[in-house]
Design a protein around this ligand. Structure first.
Ligand code: NAP
Length: 249
């Protein structure tokens, strides 16, 4: 996305899994990566910073709850004080609290919607205000195959990801006149801590639905995010790009 010497890439939930792979993918001497995380201690985040630096990149990490508008606004204020611009925002942070609809507690619903959907609104609004002034920017939102297919035990998660797709399209239309693109990537079944927690039977059931016959790797998703943030993707906005081994066509 750059026509200048230095770009600033903000990634939410960059301490592990897909967010970490995205950070590593963007690692370059001319790119400043600033990512956040929330629940875990700083060990995983520090490892990600180390991996990015090993690749010749620049990275910083902060503990920020994307569901909190105040924390998100402070985070973007700090990014601006430190680096003066935001070229790419990747809204990657996400959680699951799976259970059947009839057993789902109000707190299970609220927490997942707060992080996965309100968190994306909070960060997109903060970044958009900066990008509008720049008259350039790229926003990539992490959806899920579950947001288009639905899934047993994931009413809250499916609703959050379907909502995120609507938010992506609305934001794409609003921000296009300012030279900002907004797209979503919808991964299928990717090997991370999020899927490692699933029971063996559920994993086998998921794998049986994948024509390519294997789960995906975080890097499979990261390369699509990097493409959407690149100059080559300048005419793509409001799209949902599926990365799922053919699980949903
Ligand atoms: P993961 O390994 O569990 O990593 C989630 C990341 O989000 C961590 O860095 C976590 O940091 C951060 N995070 C969680 N809550 C946060 C909050 N409130 N504020 C800021 N950061 C927060 O998950 P993943 O599998 O890489 O998933 C990444 C994204 O891809 C999610 O949006 C997920 O829904 C989506 N996705 C994943 C799959 C899959 O198969 N893995 C499929 C489709 C979509 P802390 O632990 O420090 O909080």
């Amino acid at each position: 996305m750059k026509d200048k010497d230095f770009q600033v890439v903000v990634i939410t939930g960059g301490s592990k899994g897909i967010g970490r792979a995205i950070g590593v993918k963007f690692a370059r001497p001319d790119t400043q990566i600033y990512f956040n995380h929330y629940d875990s201690d700083d060990k995983a985040a520090n490892e990600t910073v180390g991996l990015i630096r090993d690749m010749g990149g620049n990275a910083r990490a902060s503990r920020v709850n994307v569901a909190s508008l105040d924390e998100v606004q402070d985070f973007f204020k700090e990014v601006m004080e430190q680096f003066g611009r935001v070229d790419v925002l990747v809204n990657n942070a996400g959680i699951t609290m799976d259970t059947l609809l009839v057993r789902m507690k109000e707190t299970d619903w609220d927490r997942v919607i707060d992080v996965n959907l309100k968190g994306v609104f909070n960060c997109t609004q903060a970044a958009a205000k900066i990008m509008i002034r720049q008259r350039s920017g790229r926003i990539v939102n992490m959806a899920s195959v579950v947001g288009v297919m639905g899934n047993v035990g994931q009413a809250n998660y499916a609703a959050s990801k379907a909502g995120l797709i609507g938010l992506t399209k609305a934001a794409a239309k609003e921000l296009a006149p300012r030279g900002i693109t907004v797209n979503a990537v919808a991964p299928g079944f990717i090997d991370t801590d999020m899927t490692a927690a699933l029971p063996k039977k559920v994993k086998e059931g998921m794998l049986a639905q994948i024509p390519l016959g294997r789960s995906g790797q975080p890097e499979d998703v990261a390369s699509v995010v990097a493409f959407l943030a690149s100059p080559e993707a300048g005419y793509i906005t409001g799209q949902v790009i599926h990365v799922n081994g053919g699980m949903y066509m």
